[in-house]
Design a protein around this ligand. Structure first.
Ligand code: C2O
Length: 557
């Protein structure tokens, strides 16, 4: 017998009433989704926010805590919120992608996201998972280790959340709607931001940069999050090096670097030693782009300010990494290794039940109403994802037929030189197709980028799991040669990874979470164009191996 959701809540609430020595494991948050003008940007245009904040409020909890986040929708858009990187063990109803695990919260309605941070600690983010609302509706999730458990590195003097984002002067929904109508690429953003601040601009005195005040001779922990929509960003601080210690809420082997590459949806924890004693040092978030496509090339600037440094001191500037410095990015990616310690062992599945090979890229399909008679689309194995009109999870749980088919291809329909010259046929098929997995089966997935349209890197995000990135390379994946070099010892563990432009990436995961789990490119424009699919993971036979029933307040379509 499953424990009904209300029993879970009551049990947890009772636990909170016990004497003070017992830590309360339930944390309640109220998220009011409201339109708000932000004073950080030169604009009178209200934006969609959580509680009027941009970025939204930080959720702070400990490993294994349960969060009850009551979301009230006060705006005229449909809203959902996704807790990016939270595994949602058996609680897919709280995952958040619209039409995948829930129907949207309509204007005036409320939904309580109820989930537990089982076995996870580190930095994650939440963001809207519908339309392009996540541009401004996002914030940090800080998961501290359980009480009494130490970090696997010296305790920092202070922890600082840094959220990078992208901002449009015009209404972001209008931007994407216009693009969908014309069939062309949407306008690029007008600014990048660091904690909401773009940095000073000449025509607007109120617009300034984010300031990070520091004491000399200390170690700070920066929890850096990329909530950007469509662009990869380099993050740097002039004169200082970072030590990377965690990515996507998984500890890494510490390594020193001058810059950090952040793909949309990724998080990176850094240690920063304030060993220069005095002065002002520029902080930058600047674009990385590895394809011949238009980007917003503006750099967001902020400042690291040592206590006691006079305001009129000249700021030491940093030169942003070159926009197309792919080798730099590759070196950074290769340096990331999981910690693999006694306390935090890396358990890569060694026996594989499902060996999948997915090509990803962009295509062009006919469109009568579009400007050129066609429109840009995106695909996985030549399938462009069609958003259903009720959620896949409901269709799965209640056995509603006709919402999806479970014939997602395990290999691409045609073999060709994927990274060679562009194929003559760049058309795709449409479908709402899922790939079915048995509970606890193991998956190896090779993601192969193609040269269709632009050989651009794609940050692929998997909901419901962390995966291990066991290998990657340029050109075409070779199933005879490449597996010999896979790292099955200490590969980095994450939830979002960039498949290199003109290359491939191999990942492994264990399907130990029953439900429906979305996988997609975290560049919102590609996701909108259909670079998406879902895995259905069946229930297991044992206790605690099935998807819980939906909560009563699950929104209706
Ligand atoms: Cu961060 Cu499906 O998204």
């Amino acid at each position: 017998m499953e424990m009904a959701p209300w029993i879970r809540i009551v049990t947890l609430l009772i636990a909170c009433l016990l004497p003070a020595s017992v830590e309360c494991l339930v944390r309640h948050y109220n998220f009011n989704v409201v339109m708000k003008n932000t004073t950080k940007l030169c604009s009178t245009k209200p934006i969609v926010t959580v509680n009027g904040k941009f970025p939204g409020p930080t959720l702070i909890a400990r490993e294994d805590d349960t969060l009850l986040v009551k979301v009230v929708n006060h705006v005229h858009y449909n809203v959902t919120i996704h807790w990016h990187g939270v595994k949602q063990l058996r609680t897919g109803w709280a995952d958040g992608p619209a039409y995948i695990t829930q129907c949207p919260i309509q204007p005036g309605q409320t939904y309580v996201y109820n989930f537990t941070l089982t076995g996870q600690r580190g930095t994650l983010l939440y963001h809207a998972h519908i339309l392009w609302l996540r541009a401004t509706l996002h914030g940090a999730i800080v998961i501290l280790p359980k009480r009494g458990v130490l970090y696997p590195f010296p305790k920092p003097h202070q922890e600082v959340v840094i959220v990078l984002a992208e901002w449009w002067k015009s209404d972001v929904q209008a931007v994407i709607n216009e693009a969908l109508q014309s069939g062309l690429a949407p306008n690029v953003s007008d600014a990048h931001t660091i904690n909401g601040y773009p940095g000073p601009v000449s025509n607007c005195a109120s617009e300034r940069g984010y300031t990070l005040p520091v004491e000399p001779g200390k170690t700070y922990m920066l929890r850096v999050i990329s909530a950007a929509l469509n662009q990869n960003l380099f993050f740097k601080i002039a004169g200082h090096k970072f030590t990377v210690i965690e990515v996507d809420a998984s500890y890494t082997k510490p390594f020193k670097t001058e810059m950090v590459l952040m793909a949309p949806g990724q998080t990176t924890n850094l240690l920063l030693e304030t060993n220069l004693g005095t002065g002002k040092f520029m902080v930058t978030a600047s674009p990385f782009k590895d394809a011949p496509v238009v980007v917003n090339s503006r750099t967001a600037t902020g400042m690291l300010h040592y206590f006691g440094t006079f305001d009129d001191t000249t700021t030491i500037v940093t030169i942003p990494s070159a926009q197309n410095d792919t080798p730099l990015v590759d070196n950074f990616t290769v340096a990331l290794r999981s910690l693999n310690s006694k306390e935090y062992p890396t358990r890569v599945p060694l026996k594989i039940d499902h060996s999948l090979f997915f090509t990803i890229g962009l295509g062009i399909n006919p469109c009568e109403t579009c400007v050129n008679g066609n429109h840009v689309v995106a695909y996985i194995n030549n399938v462009t994802f069609n958003m259903p009109s009720i959620s896949l999870l409901q269709a799965h749980f209640f056995n509603i037929k006709g919402v999806y088919t479970d014939d997602f291809p395990r290999n691409p329909p045609n073999k060709y030189n994927y990274t060679g010259t562009q194929p003559t046929n760049v058309q795709t098929m449409n479908g709402t197709r899922v790939y079915r997995l048995r509970y606890n089966s193991t998956v190896q997935l090779v993601l192969q980028n193609t040269a269709m349209l632009a050989p651009e890197s794609h940050p692929i995000h998997l909901h419901g799991f962390n995966f291990f990135a066991i290998g990657s390379g340029l050109g075409n994946y070779n199933a005879d040669k490449h597996p010999k070099k896979f790292n099955l010892v200490d590969p980095v563990e994450r939830n979002t990874i960039s498949v290199p432009g003109g290359g491939w990436m191999a990942i492994r995961f264990i399907a130990d979470n029953p439900g429906v789990w979305f996988m997609h490119c975290h560049l919102e424009v590609h996701s909108t164009w259909g670079l998406e699919m879902a895995f259905v993971v069946e229930n297991g036979k044992g206790p605690n191996e099935s998807l819980l029933p939906p909560p009563n307040d699950l929104p209706k379509c």
